[in-house]
Design a protein around this ligand. Structure first.
Ligand code: G6P
Length: 606
């Protein structure tokens, strides 16, 4: 959430910053700005997109040192003045910031009393004024930044430059990510590797409390007590090509279409044909320890949480261990009881969602054993966990999650198989699941081939004021994720309910104006689901059924038929038509599919 880029080196910083900001736009896109240091600070910031900023940056913005920002507003509405960077009154210090400063009001009052003139409503601006006050007496910019940060309560990823020190950038992290990029006689920093991979694949992740000084010829990192820290650079294996739309109209459609390959990548090398188990080397647990858990608790936010619900179901069915999922954002605030025989699993595509990270830290503090199911290698959540499973789904750029969602569900199937086979899951059932998993990529291709039909259905239903999504047991998280996808990218109101609960309240909403998307797999609950469809139709409700067979026209107006897999794995396949439905509904309603209003992809604030 909020994108930061910084550059110091022999090249002109402005085009590098603008390119980087474009790559980070999914983190926030309501306003953007850059500042270049060259005989004083030159700044441009605009309300709007990075493209608007690029058009507003004059060619005379030359110089090899600069910082840039793309914003997702927290304090103060999106506007030119509230956009970052923020300068000190004497225009010596410039700051970009991601995170929230909780004591900003108090600091602002003190600074104003001391003569600082605030131009914006942001919490960030206190930082530029604070640093400007300390830098006068400090021996170095890092000392001034450190002194200012000591007075801050809250979270931050920041980049700071000083007009009087034209060869260096100082960056610091507490709760919001900062990654350094190491180039040839040039250094970069950003809130995400996405902004760096075009220039370098050698990166260093800062830890919370760390600060770094970047100069063209290298970098130094320091802990909060000013002691220098030693960091090993990491090589990222995602390159710039992963961040292109690859000829698709939107990242979202590209990412939906990639699922046969991304699911195959999550499975690669992990299925064992001899013992019908899953190899998950990253779990860092031997068989005895794996057997010792009596409960599994899964946490994540948004789509990650819904994929966790699918995961809980898989673990209960295959491993017969009680499992449930809960939003990480709720979990961390209710002072959870942490038990030694519970296995905690944190899910995150980005690996940096603040609520999930804070929940993991709370668990670790209480001695909980936490595994991460994470897409971004080396990310904060991955580093914080005791072990885990990487998705290998490649970067997900569109704000709405699709391929990370299915890969997470697949990773859970692997984990459930693993937990099951060290317990009571028979070799025959293990083999059945392994074979089912192997069929998934081909079956996803078959579902993607239904796109023209789903597009037509999306056009038919997109103009409904509201839609109901229902599913039972395995189908319920599928319905929840389907409703989430529809509302977040098309802004059509959608509600998800367990089909079994419909008659206990929401059936009152059903009528011609509120169509229902019903998830109806051919499982042991088929008859119950068909009864629900009958109840909806009897109240004049229209039904779009997603399942394994064409329904009697008396029960459904439309049907999307997906291939069958093993019952336990069906939710993975049933999710995909709902992604296409939401995508085409959003397109039909001319929404900004990849950057839905009010949202951002990596939510690094509470
Ligand atoms: C945001 C995104 C969602 C995502 C959630 C969790 O709300 O808009 O698409 O599911 O964050 O993100 P994570 O990176 O932790 O999976």
């Amino acid at each position: 959430m909020c994108g930061i880029v910084a550059y110091v080196g022999p090249k002109d910083a402005a085009p590098i910053l603008l390119e980087g900001l474009q790559r980070l736009e999914y983190r926030g896109y309501d306003s953007a700005g850059v500042v270049i240091s060259n005989k004083g600070l030159k700044m441009r910031k605009v309300k709007g997109r990075v493209a608007d900023l690029a058009a507003a940056v004059p060619a005379r913005f030359k110089g090899g040192l600069g910082i840039g920002h793309t914003r997702w507003a927290t304090h103060g509405a999106p506007s030119d003045v509230n956009a970052h960077p923020h300068l000190s009154t004497d225009e010596r210090i410039a700051v970009v910031h991601n995170g929230i400063i909780e004591n900003a009001d108090e600091l602002r009052a003190k600074l104003e009393a001391d003569g600082a003139v605030f131009l914006s409503e942001t919490d960030t601006e206190v930082l530029s004024h604070l640093i400007a006050r300390t830098v006068v007496e400090a021996d170095s910019l890092e000392e001034a930044v450190r002194a200012a940060l000591k007075r801050i309560v809250g979270t931050y990823g920041i980049a700071v430059i000083d007009a009087q020190r034209p060869g260096e950038v100082v960056v610091a992290r507490n709760g919001s990510p900062i990654v350094l990029g190491i180039g040839e006689k040039e250094m970069f920093a950003a809130s995400d590797v996405a902004a760096l991979v075009r220039y370098t694949r050698q990166v260093v992740h800062l830890e919370d409390g760390e600060l770094a000084v970047l100069k063209a010829d290298g970098f130094h990192t320091f802990a909060s007590d000013a002691r220098e820290t030693a960091k090993e650079p990491l090589t990222v294996d995602w390159d710039a090509g992963h961040y292109d739309t690859g000829g698709y109209e939107h990242y979202l459609l590209k990412e939906i279409s990639e699922q046969p390959e991304t699911v195959a990548r999550t499975l690669r090398g992990r299925l064992d044909d001899r013992f019908h188990i899953a190899h998950l080397g990253g779990l860092n647990m031997d068989a005895r320890e794996t057997r010792s858990f009596r409960r599994v608790k899964i946490i994540g936010c948004g789509s990650a949480y819904y994929s966790g619900q699918i995961g809980a179901q898989l673990i209960e069915e295959l491993a017969r261990i009680p499992a449930d999922a809960e939003p990480a954002s709720e979990f961390r605030y209710r002072s959870p009881v942490v038990e030694p025989d519970t296995l905690y699993v944190a899910i995150s595509q980005s690996g940096e969602t603040y609520d999930t990270l804070a929940a993991v830290q709370e668990l670790k503090r209480k001695g909980g054993r936490v595994l991460g199911i994470v897409n971004t290698v080396g990310s904060a959540i991955a580093r914080e966990c005791d072990g885990g499973v990487y998705l290998h789904a490649g970067p997900e750029v569109s704000v709405a999650s699709t391929k990370a969602f299915t890969s997470t569900a697949v990773a859970f199937a692997l984990l459930a198989l693993h937990l099951g086979r060290v317990r009571d899951l028979s070799p025959a059932d293990g083999r059945r699941i392994c074979e089912g998993l192997r069929r998934l990529p081909g079956q996803i291709k078959e579902i993607l081939a239904l796109e023209p039909q789903i597009e037509e259905l999306a056009r038919k239903y997109a103009h409904s004021p509201s839609m109901m999504f229902v599913g039972r047991v395995r189908g319920y998280p599928v319905a929840r994720e389907g409703a989430q996808k529809l509302k977040e990218i098309s802004y059509v109101h959608a509600e998800a309910y367990p089909a079994s609960e419909l008659k206990h309240g929401p059936l009152a909403l059903i009528g011609p104006e509120m169509p229902t998307v019903a998830i109806v797999p051919d499982d042991e609950l088929l008859d119950k689901n068909l009864t629900t469809l009958g109840e909806i139709r009897a109240r004049g409700g229209r039904v779009l059924m997603v399942g394994h067979r064409t329904a009697d026209p008396k029960l459904a107006d439309d049907c999307v038929v997906v291939p069958r897999n093993e019952t336990e794995l069906d939710p993975i396949l049933l999710s995909i038509p709902l992604q296409l439905l939401a995508y085409h509904a959003a397109v039909a309603l001319e929404r900004d599919v990849d950057k839905p209003r009010n949202l951002a992809k990596s939510v690094t604030v509470e």
